[in-house]
Design a protein around this ligand. Structure first.
Ligand SMILES: [Cu+2]
Length: 502
């Protein structure tokens, strides 16, 4: 191992932040500031706290919330640099060697990564522990992307990043694992880090640090390797990963000067690493957000679509440090940005934006301290991880911000339908399939009417003017036409449809 490579292990963020910004962040600790942390954005409240470098959030079908935490490294000390000057900083930033400033101490690793769960009644507990964690000062890597699909919890575990080739991987490092929702036990599904070591798909450093994860409707798993700049596809049952796309470098923004000789970590090209972070499956492929590479110039980040054949096209540009993507129950796309400007003395707070059809953005929650993962519940409330880089004591939080997205049209267990000449109100009804649903039928008209559901032959009684009844149905998933059995009423328009949905 040469000195320069050792230096990479300890001299570079194994997480996503550069050391110079870490200094500024350290100065922003509540201890250092008499005014304390900034107020929560309006409409947001804390629903979990004391999280340890929290990263991503997912919501299960029963409303249980899961948060991944990258941990704080561990007892194993990684070698200090013999040649600290070799710290590879990004183009545009000279390689500063911080004198006496944080992050301090040697890099360490261990098994302090974990997954916390928050039950529907608000109780917070650790579901899974003993997961890989790397730390250098305040910068950490470990459990990252998390998602729940068909009751299975899938977790992308990060790892050594630029040090990937210099250390033997910890168990489950840079891997996709499934977490048993009862015992918290982790089961290996795909070792992506091993694949980066053997094949190194982008031709640059061997560097693996898994980040966002999502699952398609057919169970196929998609995961981003932020270190390897690659998106992988993994079979539902686990096994050999397949490269979906190697993401291209980002040209240096207009007016930004790169170092002489270009970016040494991209073979001298005048470009930034893309650093794929958040991922969201969509019809025909996935959407991927880019953090962009250091020094993270504002506006350099993008969201791209990757088709099933690997073709990459821009969805939204002009973003900054995108870390996660989520679809709201309103089917709109949302993205979190960890900071809107990382170049100043103090990084600006981050935010969550809605991405409009034309790729433009509108801010929906602003003033978030180092936000990372985002998710929505069915009410349209946003869940967002904040303080995702712990400054000193673990101070990560999960916030709920109300009414950020429109609530989903929830299928009803109970619905009132008015009967009148010659219509039903409403005449297009969505109910829950496979469960008892009560239809309150009220004749608000003058004539006699009823309501019959055609396919399964569910027939309501004839109701005289002013009469009402309850009709309990239990319909398999599907669309059913409804109509009135009084001769001539259907043809006069007294029809409608009931959608039974899961
Ligand atoms: Cu009728």
């Amino acid at each position: 191992m040469n000195a320069r490579r050792r230096a990479i292990i300890v001299g570079v963020a194994v997480g996503l932040l550069s050391s110079s910004s870490a200094v500024a962040l350290q100065e922003a600790t509540p201890e250092a500031s008499p005014v304390g942390p900034p107020p929560l954005p309006e409409g947001c409240s804390v629903i979990a706290s004391e999280l340890v470098n929290p990263r991503f959030v997912a919501v299960g079908d029963d409303g249980t919330i899961y948060v991944s935490e990258a941990g704080v490294g561990g007892d194993e000390v990684l070698e200090p640099p013999a040649d600290p000057v070799a710290t590879p900083e990004s183009p545009g930033t000279p390689a500063p060697v911080e004198e006496g400033g944080p992050p301090s101490g040697p890099a360490t690793r261990g098994t302090t990564g974990q997954v916390t769960m928050i039950s529907p009644d608000g109780e917070q507990s650790v579901l899974a522990g003993e997961l890989p964690s790397y730390a250098m000062g305040i910068e950490t890597a470990g459990p990252a992307g998390i998602t729940v699909a068909d009751g299975e919890i899938l977790l992308a575990v990060g790892g050594a990043g630029p040090g990937t080739a210099m250390v033997d991987a910890l168990p489950n490092e840079n891997s996709v694992v499934s977490i048993d929702p009862e015992s918290g036990e982790a089961t290996l599904l795909a070792d992506i880090g091993a694949y980066e070591r053997s094949d190194n798909h982008d031709p640059f450093n061997i560097d693996s640090n898994l980040y966002g994860i999502d699952v398609a409707d057919d169970g196929t798993i998609y995961v981003n390797d932020a270190g390897g700049n690659t998106t992988y596809r993994v079979p539902a049952e686990g096994g050999d990963p397949e490269v979906l796309a190697v993401h291209p470098g980002i040209p240096l923004p207009e007016g930004m000067e790169g170092p002489p000789g270009g970016n040494p970590f991209r073979d001298g090209a005048m470009e930034l690493d893309p650093v794929p972070t958040g991922i969201l499956t969509v019809e025909g492929g996935v959407l991927v957000g880019y953090l962009s590479g250091g020094p993270f110039p504002p506006g350099a980040a993008v969201i791209v679509e990757v088709a099933e054949d690997g073709a990459i096209s821009d969805v939204a540009t002009g973003l900054t440090m995108v870390v996660d993507l989520a679809a709201g129950p309103d089917d709109q796309l949302y993205a979190s940005q960890i900071s809107t400007n990382f170049l100043g003395e103090m990084p600006e707070p981050g935010n969550v934006v809605r991405i409009l059809e034309d790729g433009s953005q509108e801010v929906v929650v602003d003033g978030l301290m180092l936000p990372n993962g985002i998710a929505f519940d069915e009410n349209g409330d946003l869940l967002v991880v904040v303080n995702s880089v712990s400054l000193g004591e673990p101070n990560g939080q999960l916030l709920r911000c109300e009414g950020v997205a429109e609530a989903a049209d929830a299928p009803a267990n109970e619905v009132t339908i008015a009967l009148d000449e010659m219509t039903y109100t409403p005449r297009d009804v969505t109910i829950k399939a496979g469960t008892d649903v009560t239809l309150h039928l009220v004749n608000e008209g003058i004539a006699t009417h009823n309501l019959t559901i055609d396919a399964p032959g569910v027939r309501g009684e004839m109701l005289a003017a002013g009469e009402e009844m309850e009709l309990t149905v239990n319909l398999p998933e599907g669309d059913y036409s409804i109509g009135c059995d009084v001769p001539g009423h259907r043809i006069s328009g007294m029809t409608g449809v009931i959608h039974a949905v899961p």
